[in-house]
Design a protein around this ligand. Structure first.
Ligand SMILES: [Zn+2]
Length: 205
């Protein structure tokens, strides 16, 4: 098969195939679509790809993706500054925002504790989370609630337990989203009703 493909085409197929959720067949289909598409379409895609790499940075407070030192949520004065929702990935922020159920701030860990994969707390944004909680506490305005919304997986549960222990004493309440989510599931794939129930049914831990 590779003999049939000229090099630039093979290279694009390969690049698409490396993306999550895209198998070799889809990679070929996307590539051939772009070959037939108007010049402007391919160019717009290429420019959009470069732009996300060049213009998107990590929010220095919550580590969500951002176009400025502070992300849209962190710089929104209307958000409840005393409530914090801790998630594994930036995609989880999108999923929770779609529910409209939470009006506080976020903290994106960028993963979960997983000793098997060699991921300890120091590999995640946990130090920064604890510092945020500490700062609030020392300023006399501790977080009224920190919701641990890590995934309902082994790693997500272990991370939540670890955080609950470390946050104790610096925040008023630590809660964990309810179990309505399928075990082993991923927050970003949960439907909105399930997510709303999980948030509403959260419990103190
Ligand atoms: Zn932010």
């Amino acid at each position: 098969m590779p003999t049939l493909l000229i090099e630039p085409v093979a290279r694009l197929i390969e690049a698409f195939a490396r993306l999550p959720g895209i198998g070799p067949k889809t990679a070929q289909r996307l590539t051939y679509h772009l070959l037939r598409a108007p010049e402007g379409e391919a160019r717009a895609l290429a420019e959009a790809l470069v732009a996300v790499r060049e213009q998107v940075v990590s929010c220095e407070r919550c580590f969500n993706f951002s176009d400025a030192p502070l992300c849209l949520i962190c710089r929104d004065p209307v958000r409840d500054q005393r409530r914090l929702c801790v998630v594994e990935e930036a995609l989880d922020v999108l999923a929770l925002e779609r529910t409209g159920e939470f009006r506080g701030l976020y903290h994106v860990l960028h993963g979960a504790i997983s000793p098997i994969d060699g991921i300890g707390p120091e590999r995640l944004r946990i130090r920064e989370l604890l510092a945020r909680a500490d700062d609030g506490s020392r300023a006399g305005a501790p977080f009224e609630e920190v919701i641990l919304a890590t995934n309902p997986t082994l790693e997500g549960e272990a991370t939540a337990m670890y955080l609950a222990e470390r946050l104790e004493g610096t925040v008023v309440l630590v809660s964990r989203i309810a179990r309505g989510l399928p075990v082993g599931g991923d927050l970003e794939y949960a439907d909105e009703v399930t997510l709303i129930r999980a948030l509403q049914g959260r419990r103190a831990i």
